[in-house]
Design a protein around this ligand. Structure first.
Ligand SMILES: [Fe+2]
Length: 195
């Protein structure tokens, strides 16, 4: 299934700016799965399986992910995760940044030994950056702030930011075959209620 837009939110620029500055001031930690990137790639766990801020690993868990200390520093993003999405089924939420860097083509979730189509990843850029792109099979995508994209992370995909300007984003993961089939196959343009 190709990546596509599943919703759009009007971002509150002032509240977002507060969060972006707070997240930018947090030092980058070494990533567990860092072999696919070059340059500056930063991943901050806002919600994860352990609730530990330095834990950047995605894990299949029962129930919902737990907010970390990073989520407390980004109250607007924490609120978006709770209101735009269904917080009861969020498995992980990360603030990600890619600066003057590239993530080479790769596939995610393959190490989990499960049906890939049960994973449902959403991605929203938080800063406009004309030099930042994603690619998915034979398509190159330029995402705009507030657009919520379904990303087919189980298929080959890559990302790049050719500039030295920041490109922070919010990545929220779900695990549900029903959800994947229901929402992933029928693009919508809703502003709330995802998924
Ligand atoms: Fe990926």
């Amino acid at each position: 299934m190709r990546s596509h837009i599943v919703g759009k939110v009007e971002l509150d620029r002032a509240r977002l700016q507060y969060d972006l500055e707070a997240l930018a001031s947090i030092p980058r930690v070494e990533e567990e799965c860092d072999e696919v990137s070059s340059g500056y790639w930063k991943n901050l766990s806002l919600w994860n399986s352990s609730g530990e801020a330095d834990d950047t690993m995605y894990r299949d868990i029962q129930g919902a992910a737990k907010p970390t200390a990073h989520a407390a520093k980004a109250p607007y993003l924490h609120e978006l995760i709770q209101t735009v999405f269904d917080p009861k089924i969020v498995k992980m939420a990360r603030a990600r940044n890619l600066v003057d860097a590239m993530v080479i083509p790769h596939r995610d979730f393959i190490e989990l030994n499960k049906d890939n189509d049960q994973y449902f990843r959403t991605f929203m850029v938080l800063e406009d950056n004309e030099s930042a792109f994603h690619s998915d099979d034979d398509t190159v995508i330029h995402m705009r702030p507030g657009e919520i994209w379904y990303l087919d992370a189980a298929a080959p995909h890559s990302a790049v930011n050719f500039s030295s300007n920041s490109r922070q984003s919010l990545c929220v993961d779900f695990a549900s075959k029903v959800l994947s089939q229901k929402i992933g196959s029928s693009p919508t343009n809703r502003s709330t209620g995802l998924p």
